[in-house]
Design a protein around this ligand. Structure first.
Ligand code: ZN
Ligand code: MN
Length: 474
């Protein structure tokens, strides 16, 4: 039987603030354990939380970019549960009246656009972190305790593991584009939990759902959810029920495993937070946020196509990150050749960076250097093969292409006497292909051109090489 899938995502994103949500402790990543803590984020009795204004602005910005209605008044609540990394015994979050509701995420695919509803966006604090590799003990690091988060909850509108991965990455791109979060999953600033259920028809009520947690890397979202879908379908197909529970993704084993029976909302004993005032977000604040909203990825893509005449494919690649777009625009405007800039970046730059596991912010080839490389080719000063060699060198050492070309005589060899001499040398060294060519095997011509180019170190003018070669052979 064919089952239909329903997936809803719960995305937690760390807001890019310097200090925590209810105290002035630093949020910097990587400090020694328990060096960024105080009475408030350690949950001392009587310590009072003070809401971070920047966190509210970032949360509201996220809600706007997800198309949500930001409510003029929202409330904080205490969500009770016991866990060693939660010293107060409750998490301050938003429950009955969240910051924002009713947004959409649009997924684009070759089959067309699809809308995933965003049920809500609320603010909350992060918990600490248990460290299980401290010998026979478990340590707790409270540096994360009180780090500001937003939780984004989608409706169960997603119908496949693949679409879930696309939705998650779309949410990340939007949040990163407007500067709400750095989107770094390795450092825990972006996390994705997913509610998965399956059912036999669109008219049937939603099936029993499980919540899959701990999907801590982008490449696992699709695999983890596909595993969970297949597991549920297997159970139901053999007449066994799906238990409502929380499951953990075990990336080493490539499967989800049962963690605990799922709590209902009433298990958390949500109560209004008495130490915080209702949160008021003014129309003036929202107007200000709308006015200063950075360009979104779709807008950037459209602008690159219109302003530089790039094919949509190029524009898609070049808008993978703000930094990459900035790099492209610098190379395009300084070289005066946007299509060449795009080609160099898509092929050589991204090829080399991906191989090295680096991103564009780490590149040693400055936009000015790549632009002058392109100008050197366009002006006929160097050949294409020389440009590729030069790029390799710039990638490793940095530096200025003009200076290297001048210092090492890499300029294109267009001198007829020199090329004719190279042709003669090449013919003498390749008696067999020459014989084949003269016997009518014309394909060997390309091979011989290649040999002359090689003998010149890639510097000979390829058109002149072909002309001299033809003359010598016939
Ligand atoms: Zn603190
Ligand atoms: Mn949460």
């Amino acid at each position: 039987m064919l089952y239909l899938t329903n997936i809803g995502l719960e995305v937690h994103a760390q807001l890019q603030t310097a200090s925590k949500i209810f105290c002035s402790c630093s949020t910097a990543f990587g400090a020694p354990p328990n060096t960024q803590v105080c009475e408030v984020c350690l949950g001392y009795p009587g310590a009072l939380p003070v809401l971070n204004r920047t966190a509210v602005e970032l949360a509201a910005r996220a809600a706007l970019v997800l198309g949500c209605t930001v409510h003029p008044v929202s409330l904080f609540a205490r969500k009770h549960y016991f866990y060693p990394d939660l010293p107060k015994g409750y998490q301050i979050t938003q429950h009955a009246q969240p910051l924002a509701t009713d947004g959409t995420v649009t997924l684009t695919s070759p089959q067309g656009g699809r809308q995933i509803r965003v049920a809500r966006v609320h603010m909350e604090e992060d918990a600490g972190k248990s460290l299980h590799d401290e010998g026979p003990f478990t340590g707790i690091d409270f540096n994360r305790s009180g780090v500001p988060l937003i939780e984004i909850v989608t409706a169960p509108d997603i119908d496949s593991a693949e679409a879930a991965a696309a939705c998650f990455s779309r949410i990340r791109d939007l949040l990163v584009a407007v500067g709400v979060t750095d989107g770094n999953m390795e450092q825990g600033s972006l996390r994705c939990d997913a509610n998965v259920s399956v059912r036999l028809s669109r008219d049937a009520p939603l099936g029993v759902k499980t919540e899959t947690k701990n999907i801590n890397s982008f490449r696992y979202v699709q695999r983890a959810l596909q595993f969970e879908i297949d597991r549920q379908v297997d159970l139901l197909s053999s007449g066994r029920p799906v238990e409502q529970e929380t499951r953990l993704w075990d990336s080493a084993a490539g499967r989800t495993v049962s963690m605990r029976g799922k709590e209902e909302a009433h298990d958390y004993r949500y109560l209004p937070e008495p130490d915080l005032q209702p949160l008021h977000v003014s129309a003036a604040l929202l107007d200000g946020l709308r006015r200063t909203m950075p360009e979104l990825p779709d807008e950037t893509r459209a602008r690159l196509i219109a302003a530089y005449g790039l094919p949509p494919y190029d524009a898609g690649v070049l808008t993978q990150s703000h930094a990459l777009t900035r790099y492209f625009e610098a190379v395009a405007s300084s070289s005066g050749n946007p299509k060449a800039a795009s080609n160099w970046i898509m092929v050589e730059v991204l090829g080399r960076l991906n191989a090295a596991g680096d991103d564009i912010t780490m590149i040693r080839v400055t936009p000015e250097a790549l632009a002058s490389l392109i100008r050197l080719v366009d002006s006929g000063t160097i050949t294409g093969p020389t440009a590729k060699q030069l790029f390799e060198r710039l990638f490793v050492e940095g530096g200025s292409p003009e200076a290297i070309v001048a210092a090492e005589g890499l300029g294109r060899v267009g001198d007829d006497v020199a090329i004719a001499a190279l042709v003669q040398e090449t013919l003498a060294a390749n008696a067999k292909p020459v014989e084949q060519y003269r016997a009518g095997k014309k394909q060997t011509f390309g091979f011989l051109v290649g040999q002359v180019m090689k003998a010149s170190g890639g510097k000979a003018d390829p058109e002149k090489v072909a002309m001299h070669l033809r003359r010598a052979l016939e």
